[in-house]
Write a protein that binds this ligand. Structure first.
Ligand code: HEC
Ligand code: HEC
Length: 340
């Protein structure tokens, strides 16, 4: 009896050793497999990654300036988002393919990487999603992403560059949009006089601009909506601009209370992005401030914050001086097509 029990436990012991040993080996094998896999990719450490990142940005930049992205081959992103106009447009409404007038003013691309919502009505949530919109909008570039990919795949330069960055021989939508977005993420406005002032250089702002800053954050209540490092709350408001058929955010949210609300735009580089507002209504910052000083226009859906400000002439000039201090160092971004 005793022997039977011993024999039983011995068998059990032997079996369990096999069982666990087998597992241990398989763990080692999977681990060693993983090690091999990791080893194969580990040369792509920091330097390789950084190099690919650089190439991806270059690729995105070229795409941004390439009219191949539009149906008629004449319009690039940069035709509307002009580098020498802080990546905004100098026209009230943008002009798309075949000279078609668009519905809204072209906003700056600066600091859009930080935005929660894109477009004046916030209908896109990422730069990738947005780029599809621009390419496929019949009043903008009027092209399908499929056609753009077909053109790019036939192009020896793009085939080669995409392969270098993404390692694939077929260019796909994700890669096209990813590259453009990666370039856009580099368009950050910084080192403005205001930034220098905040960083501790108290001489960076003139007395006028400093008074304007106090008004902006105080009595004029601008910072109720234009807040944070990019001067936007990322939200939508109706400031009482003249009523048109453009209902803004309400078209996206399908909510009556969003009628004619538009996204609070960044004020970075604002001195360079005239004309102003989603409809390009005003040519100058002076006109914008006159409008705000009067408490905005009339609209039953107007934001309750918009009331007459009663700013003196001097205070209005101070406020404009402050807005001018939000322009950063001029980024020297040249079209890759100009070089040749
Ligand atoms: C025909 C002119 C035109 C072209 C070409 C164009 N855009 Fe735009 N872009 C606009 C207009 C107008 C808006 C605002 C549209 C709206 O809000 O309804 C806009 C909005 C944007 C925004 C959102 C900014 C914000 O503050 O919400 C980004 C980012 C942008 N465009 C990038 C691009 C890229 C990338 C391309 C090329 C693939 C491109 N655009 C091509 C006119 C243009
Ligand atoms: C209730 C929120 C709110 C307040 C308060 C507010 N703004 Fe605005 N601001 C907006 C919105 C929303 C827009 C875009 C409106 C549109 O185009 O329909 C805008 C647009 C602007 C623009 C045009 C920018 C461009 O790129 O077209 C400027 C300049 C501006 N605001 C400056 C100011 C100043 C200066 C103050 C203070 C006097 C102020 N804002 C107060 C919400 C606000």
């Amino acid at each position: 009896m005793m022997n039977m029990k011993r024999a039983f436990f011995t068998v059990l012991l032997i079996l369990s050793i096999f069982f666990f040993a087998d597992r241990a080996i398989s763990v080692i094998i999977t681990d060693s497999k993983r090690l091999v896999v990791e080893n194969r990719f580990s040369p792509e450490s920091k330097e390789v990654k950084a190099e690919k990142e650089k190439l991806k940005i270059e690729l995105g930049k070229r795409l941004f300036f390439d009219p191949m992205l539009s149906k008629d081959g004449k319009l690039s992103c940069a035709s509307c988002h002009k580098p020498n106009h802080a990546f905004a447009d100098d026209k009230d409404f943008s002009i798309g393919i075949n000279g078609q007038k668009g519905d809204r003013n072209t906003p700056t691309v600066f600091n859009t990487a930080n935005l929660k919502f894109l477009f004046w009505d916030g209908r896109a949530k990422s730069l990738e999603e947005h780029a599809i919109g621009s390419i496929q909008n019949p009043k903008e570039m009027g092209e399908t992403v499929g056609m753009v990919l077909a053109k790019l795949n036939k192009d020896p330069y793009y085939s080669k560059e995409f392969k270098k960055v993404f390692g694939t021989s077929q260019i796909m939508a994700d890669e096209l949009l990813g590259a453009i977005a990666e370039f856009e993420r580099t368009l950050i406005s910084k080192d403005s006089d205001y930034d220098k002032y905040i960083a501790g250089n108290k001489k960076a702002l003139s007395q006028n601009a400093k008074r304007g800053m106090d008004l902006f954050f105080g009595k004029a209540m601008c910072a109720e909506c234009h807040k944070g490092p990019d001067f936007t709350d990322g939200d939508f408001h109706n400031i009482g601009l003249p009523i048109t058929e453009d209902v803004g955010r309400a078209k996206v949210s399908v909510s009556n209370k969003d009628t004619r609300k538009f996204k609070t735009p960044t004020l970075r580089e604002v001195a360079k992005t005239a004309p102003y507002f989603h409809n390009g209504l005003f040519e100058t910052l002076e006109e914008v401030i006159t409008f705000y000083n009067a408490g905005g226009g009339n609209d039953t859906f107007k934001d309750s914050l918009k009331k007459p400000l009663n700013l003196t002439e001097q205070e209005q000039r101070d406020l404009i001086n402050f807005l001018k201090s939000l322009s950063g160092r001029q980024l020297k971004i040249q079209s890759p097509f100009d070089k040749k």
